[in-house]
Design a protein. Structure first.
Length: 72
């Protein structure tokens, strides 16, 4: 498992490094600062090309510096 802070890679995807990144529909785990807990969900892309996390109820837009984990 990899853990770190998200950044936008050369392809425009959010990732932990150049080999570990997410596209729409893939599983992701992020750290939600307000609740101080890890949340499991999926990465999705909106109609404007912006990526967000959702667990089916909660929506959090991805941003550089957001703590994330990858099982990839």
């Amino acid at each position: 498992m990899k853990e770190g802070m998200l950044f936008r890679n050369d392809q425009g995807y959010f990732g932990l490094d150049q080999e570990t990144y997410w596209v729409g529909g893939e599983d992701i785990t992020i750290f939600e600062e307000d609740e101080q807990e890890w949340l499991e969900g999926k990465v999705e892309e909106d109609e404007f090309g912006e990526y967000y996390f959702t667990d089916g109820f909660l929506v959090i837009y991805l941003y550089e510096g957001l703590p994330a984990r990858a099982d990839k």
